[in-house]
Design a protein around this ligand. Structure first.
Ligand SMILES: C[S@@+](CC[C@H](N)C(=O)[O-])C[C@H]1O[C@@H](n2cnc3c(N)ncnc32)[C@H](O)[C@@H]1O
Length: 288
């Protein structure tokens, strides 16, 4: 079990209310300014996750903040981000339907803001690895920052790399995860990195991208190709108004999964002599 005591450099999830919540790194002697007062980190270090802290100055502010241990979903939604990121529900499906878990080795393109990278890194620990590639220097910088902040740099390598044109040295990886504009152009190439029975996952916001990707996966002998869309609805619970919240994210993207197979022709069925298409008319009864 991981430590419950908050230490120097730990990340905490600081919550004031439903809307105001932050992912913060605790530094001895440092503080965090909010419009409801200042949180002194020395008031937090040594406390248990799951405690509360009050903002200073106590006399004029003194608001109560909750301190939780961040979950992967908190990393995603509260990290530094500039690109469209993967949402927690989609990340959950990626994990379950790809089989990515402790010990898995994964190639990801592109890194974007590193939201999915951090989720994957969190799940392949302690002995797996994520190799994430991007062609955009700003994305690489942001991903590196987020990976460091989440303390996942021992299981994640962030590197410049063009999945369409460069050659990566990883072989027999358990999964390749694509979140980029033209995933269909990468299918043939990434197949070489995957082990047999490994999973290719592609996340795309539009159906046009999905169609091209699925066709390319079929052409490249992937099997078990399936596409899904997840719709998550949060339920508001009130005394006389318990129902789905009015505002929601209506669409995140489509997830396509497929498996690499070592295909071969079927020597028993595909070479069987074909049954002649002509019909023998001898002895057929005819109407008079
Ligand atoms: C939507 S973002 C990925 C977001 C990421 N999944 C996240 O959760 O933060 C798409 C990224 O793909 C990168 N990209 C586009 N083409 C690429 C290629 N050929 N090779 C590697 N990365 C590429 C872009 O630079 C961009 O940063």
């Amino acid at each position: 079990m991981s430590s419950q005591i908050i230490k120097e450099n730990d990340l905490i999830f600081l919550i004031l209310d439903e809307k105001r919540r932050w992912l913060v790194q605790v530094k001895s002697g440092g503080n965090f300014h909010t419009h409801r007062g200042i949180i002194e980190f020395n008031d937090i270090i040594g406390k248990n996750f799951g405690s509360v802290v009050f903002s200073r100055p106590f006399e004029t502010q003194g608001y109560k903040f909750y301190i939780l241990k961040p979950l992967p979903s908190d990393y995603i939604l509260h990290m530094i981000r500039k690109t469209q990121i993967i949402y927690p529900e989609d990340a959950g499906m990626i994990l379950i339907y790809s089989g990515i878990g402790p010990g898995s080795v994964v190639i990801e393109a592109g890194s974007g803001s590193g939201a999915l990278t951090c989720i994957l890194g969190n799940f392949v620990r302690p002995n797996g690895h994520i190799y994430t590639y991007d062609i955009n220097e700003k994305s690489l910088k942001r991903t590196k920052q987020n990976v460091m902040k989440a303390k996942l740099d021992d299981v994640i390598t962030v590197q410049y790399g063009d999945i369409l044109n460069d050659y990566f040295e990883q072989k027999n990886v358990d999964a390749v995860v694509l979140d980029m504009a033209t995933p269909w152009s990468a299918v043939k190439k990434v197949k070489n990195y995957l082990k047999f029975s490994g999973t290719l996952v592609s996340f795309s916001p539009t159906i046009e991208q999905v169609k091209k990707t699925v066709l390319s996966m079929r052409e490249n002998d992937f099997i078990e190709i399936n596409t899904y869309e997840l719709i998550k609805r949060k339920i508001q619970v009130k005394e006389k108004a318990t129902r789905p919240e009015v505002r929601m994210i209506g669409h995140t993207g489509y997830l396509t999964f497929g498996k690499k197979i070592k295909n071969m022709k079927n020597p028993y069925r595909e070479q069987k002599p074909k049954v002649p298409k002509t019909i023998d008319m001898n002895n057929m009864p005819f109407r008079g």
